[in-house]
Design a protein around this ligand. Structure first.
Ligand SMILES: Nc1ncnc2c1ncn2[C@@H]1O[C@H](COP(=O)(O)OP(=O)(O)OP(=O)(O)O)[C@@H](O)[C@H]1O
Length: 299
């Protein structure tokens, strides 16, 4: 008998998830014998629900929410040993994972597209004691993300992040890092270092066109000291997918990395899949193809 769990974040995307519960349940009833539905009440619930279901042998765990809910659910599945399939319906503000996996960003379309024929294996990252499916950031972006309120997201959508980023440009500074990978060992200064598993960051779908969710690598993107000053030149490069080829960033394609902060900063901001991240140093590695996801096969 096949079983699946559905985890709903009732506040994601300004409460959008509630509207699609019936449709999702109906669709899943055509794919599984039994369906259990759980609503999150706050931080950590999605992880706990997903871990318990994975350990209990559920065939699949689905979630409906934004990137935060997706990441929390993936952490639960990872803690349970990755022994279940994963699916999600994007109803958040940015929905980077849906963009990276070509999952429709209209919830009803994403629900209709769920099929046992559309499952693929993707890489997951491990950072200190957590897992990530898209990125870990240190520097400017974490500060910006932390400062965006749910109300701003609801009203402005992804624009809320851009407006905050604009403010951050005037307050940010460079930090000194020691970066060690399987192929590199160096010290550098940067306002922003990103570890990225997919091609998408903050809704920029062409950010890293050479990256894919299942290539077994992450990209470490070290923005150069002057990129903030030249932001008007940098933005078109980010939007057109050519930042990797520019003088504004150094890009390393690696399977593991240790990023240590040499600057003396208290409460240094890091971010993991859009949520508050771990303390420095960051010890990261790619776990290739460990998560089976309901998503259209590669284009
Ligand atoms: N019932 C709840 N009430 C309030 N907060 C909740 C509840 N359930 C989960 N959360 C919180 O919601 C956050 C995750 O939200 P999520 O990222 O999925 O949606 P979003 O913020 O609308 O989307 P995006 O990340 O794309 O901006 C987590 O921080 C979690 O603690």
């Amino acid at each position: 008998m096949s079983r699946c769990l559905v985890i709903i974040n009732p506040v994601s995307g300004g409460g959008a998830a509630r509207r699609y519960v019936m449709e999702l349940e109906w669709k899943l009833s055509t794919l599984f014998d039994t369906i259990e539905v759980k609503f999150t009440a706050g931080d950590g619930d999605a992880t706990r629900f997903a871990r318990e279901a994975t350990e209990a042998g559920f065939n699949a765990v689905f979630c409906m929410g934004g990137d935060g809910t997706v990441s929390e659910t993936v952490n639960g599945i990872a803690q349970g040993g990755f022994n279940t399939n994963f699916g999600f319906i994007p109803v958040g503000t940015v929905n980077d994972m849906a963009r990276a996996l070509n999952i429709p960003r209209r919830p009803l379309e994403a629900i209709r597209a769920l099929s046992h024929d559309n499952i693929r294996s993707i890489d997951i990252g491990h950072c200190n004691d957590r897992y990530f499916c898209n990125n870990v950031a240190a520097g400017v972006i974490p500060k910006v993300v932390e400062e965006v309120s749910p109300k701003e997201k609801q009203i402005l959508g992804p624009l809320a992040y851009f407006l905050r980023a604009g403010q951050a440009l005037f307050t940010t500074k460079d930090y000194t890092y020691h970066i060690v990978t399987e192929d590199h060992d160096f010290v550098c200064k940067s306002p922003l270092v990103l570890a990225l598993l997919t091609n998408v960051v903050s809704s920029f779908e062409r950010f890293m066109p050479s990256a894919s969710v299942d290539d077994g690598y992450m990209r470490i993107i070290i923005f150069k000291e002057y990129f903030i000053m030249d932001i008007l030149s940098v933005l078109p490069l980010i939007m057109s997918g050519s930042i990797y080829n520019s003088r504004y960033a150094t890009i390393l394609k690696v399977q593991q990395a240790r990023i240590e902060l040499l600057s003396d900063v208290e409460n240094f901001p890091t971010n993991i899949d859009g949520d508050k991240g771990p303390c420095m140093p960051l010890d990261m590695k790619v776990l290739p193809g460990v998560l089976r996801v309901y998503a259209p096969t590669k284009k």
